[in-house]
Design a protein around this ligand. Structure first.
Ligand code: IMP
Length: 431
C-alpha cells in the first residue's frame, strides 16, 4: 500500500499531470506542491466541468483534503488571490489551503524582468511563461528575495521591500522599464496579506505532522517536467526549479526517507512548448493531426505545442533521476487511427548511438532519433475501462514502452475525464 506518493512530469511538462494528480488528490488527505509557481497550468475535468489550476494544489476540490503550497515554490500572492476568485466563481468555496512562510515571493518586477531578459536574448529566447519564475528564483538564490512569511510582519516586510526596490529600480531603469513605487507595492501587498495571511504558516511542520500519522495519504504534486529541470533538463531551455521527486525533501521540508512511490507522468507521444532541441519532433500533417486531436495548446499561454514520438531515451533518463516506479501513460486515445506508431530508443549523434541524452543542447540538436515502428490501431479507445478493453495492437504498444524503458505502466489514460482512467497497478489502486 502506497501512502506517500510523488507524481512528477517525465517529459517537457504538460504530460497530463493535472488529471493524474486529481485522480490521487480525490483520495489524498494532503496534497503538496513543492516547486515551481504559476508557470504551471493544470487542467482538471470532472462532472462535465473544466477547471484550470496554476499554483494551487489539485486537492482543492475536496473539502477534506489539506492543500499545501510548500517552501520550494515561488508564490505570486496576486495570482493566488486571482486563482481563488476564479474557483469561487465556479462554485469552489470550501477548501483547506496553506502557504509556506519560507516560500519565495514573486514580486511585480519579476514578470517585467522576465519579459525584458527574454527580449534581450533575440533569437536565443527560452520561451518562458513570463510569469517571473526565473527572476524570482534568482533573487531567492542571491539572497535578496522576499518570502511569504515576511507579509506577516509589516515592518520587516517594509524594510525588505525598500532594500529590494532600491536595487531593482536601478535595474529596471537601466532596461528602460517603469520603476515601482514603495507606497504602491507596500499598500497592495498588505491588502494581499490581509487575504492570504491566515493561510501562511510553517508548512514543513504541518506536512511532518501528517507524515507521522500512518493512515494519512499524502500526494506530492510536481509541476513542469523533468526535461525542464534546472539541473538535469535541456539547459538553458529549462525552468528554474527541479520538478523531479528528488526535490520533494528540500521543497517540502521533509526527510527523503518518507517517499514510498513515484509515478512518472508521460504522454503516449511527446510535446514541448517554448524553444530548445526536441529530437523526436514531427512536422507537417501528422504533427498537425496529433496536435488537434490532443488539443495541444498551452493552458497558460495558449501557444501551440510541438509534437514528437515517444522518446524512450528521455523516459529512461527521467526514470533514473526520479526513481520512477510506474508510468502514467497519458493521452493514449490520441494515437488511435494511425497506421503505425514510433518509439525512439536511442539517438544517433556524430556517428555514434547514444542511449542517454547529452548534456549540451548543441549536441542534442545534432541528435537524430533511432525509431522502432509498432503497428497502430484503428479502434476508438476512449470507452476502454480495463486492460481487456484495449485492442491487441494498443496493448503491444504499452508492452513495448515497458520493455524499452524498464518501467511498468501503472496507469493508462484514454480521455480527459476522471472516468477515462485505467489503473493497472494493484499498489496504485490502494492509494
Ligand atoms: P519559465 O518556467 O516560465 O521560466 O519557462 C521556462 C521554460 O519552461 C519554457 O520553455 C516554458 O515554456 C517551460 N514551462 C514552464 N512551465 C511549464 C509547464 O507547466 N508546462 C510546460 N512547459 C512549461
Amino acid at each position: 500500500m502506497s501512502e506517500r506518493l510523488v507524481v512528477t512530469g517525465s517529459q517537457w511538462g504538460d504530460e497530463g499531470k493535472g488529471k493524474i494528480t486529481d485522480w490521487f488528490a480525490c483520495r489524498a488527505d494532503m496534497v503538496v506542491r513543492y516547486q515551481g509557481g504559476n508557470n504551471a497550468g493544470h487542467t482538471v475535468v470532472f462532472d462535465g466541468h473544466k477547471y484550470s489550476l496554476q499554483s494551487i494544489p489539485s486537492g482543492i476540490f475536496n473539502p477534506a483534503t489539506v492543500n499545501v503550497m510548500a517552501n520550494g515554490m515561488v508564490v505570486n500572492p496576486e495570482s493566488v488571490v486571482a486563482e481563488l476568485e476564479r474557483l469561487h466563481e465556479q462554485g469552489i468555496n470550501d477548501y483547506q489551503l496553506y502557504i509556506s512562510d519560507r516560500a519565495a515571493m514573486v514580486m511585480p518586477w519579476h514578470s517585467a524582468l522576465d519579459g525584458a531578459y527574454e527580449a534581450m536574448k533575440g533569437g536565443e529566447k527560452i520561451g518562458t511563461t513570463k510569469k517571473g519564475i526565473g527572476p524570482a528564483y534568482s533573487d531567492k538564490y542571491s539572497r535578496t528575495g522576499l518570502r511569504m512569511g515576511d507579509l506577516l510582519e509589516p515592518e520587516y516586510f517594509a524594510e525588505r521591500l525598500r532594500a529590494a526596490l532600491e536595487q531593482k529600480n536601478i535595474e529596471l531603469k537601466s532596461l528602460g522599464l517603469p520603476e515601482f513605487r514603495f507606497e504602491e507595492v507596500y499598500g497592495r501587498y498588505m491588502e494581499l496579506a490581509a487575504i492570504l495571511g491566515p493561510r501562511i504558516c510553517d508548512t514543513s511542520e504541518l506536512i511532518n505532522s501528517y507524515l507521522r500519522m500512518p493512515d494519512k495519504k499524502i500526494l506530492f504534486e510536481g509541476a513542469q517536467g523533468m526535461m525542464l529541470c534546472i539541473d538535469h533538463g535541456t539547459y538553458p531551455f529549462v525552468t528554474s526549479s527541479t520538478p523531479s521527486a528528488s526535490s520533494v525533501p528540500v521543497g517540502a521540508g521533509i526527510s527523503p526517507k518518507w517517499i514510498d512511490n513515484v509515478v512518472g507522468v508521460a504522454k503516449a507521444y511527446c510535446t514541448r512548448v517554448g524553444e530548445g532541441p526536441f529530437p523526436t519532433e514531427l512536422q507537417g500533417e501528422l504533427a498537425h493531426e496529433i496536435r488537434e486531436r490532443g488539443h495541444e495548446y498551452g493552458t497558460v499561454t495558449g501557444r501551440p505545442r510541438r509534437i514528437g514520438w515517444f522518446d524512450a531515451v528521455v523516459a529512461r533518463y527521467t526514470a533514473r533521476l526520479a526513481g520512477t516506479d510506474y508510468w502514467a501513460l497519458m493521452l493514449f486515445d490520441v494515437l488511435s487511427g494511425l497506421d503505425k506508431v514510433c518509439i525512439c530508443t536511442g539517438y544517433e549523434c556524430d556517428g555514434k548511438v547514444m542511449t542517454t541524452p547529452p548534456s549540451t543542447i548543441s549536441r542534442l540538436s545534432r541528435c537524430k532519433p533511432v525509431l522502432i515502428e509498432v503497428e497502430g490501431w484503428k479502434e476508438d479507445i476512449t470507452g476502454a475501462r480495463s486492460w481487456d478493453d484495449l485492442p491487441e495492437a494498443a496493448k503491444n504498444y504499452v508492452r513495448k514502452i515497458e520493455e524499452v524503458t524498464g518501467v511498468e505502466v501503472g496507469i493508462i489514460s484514454v480521455g480527459p475525464d476522471r472516468s477515462q482512467t485505467i489503473i493497472l497497478s494493484e499498489k496504485l489502486k490502494d492509494f
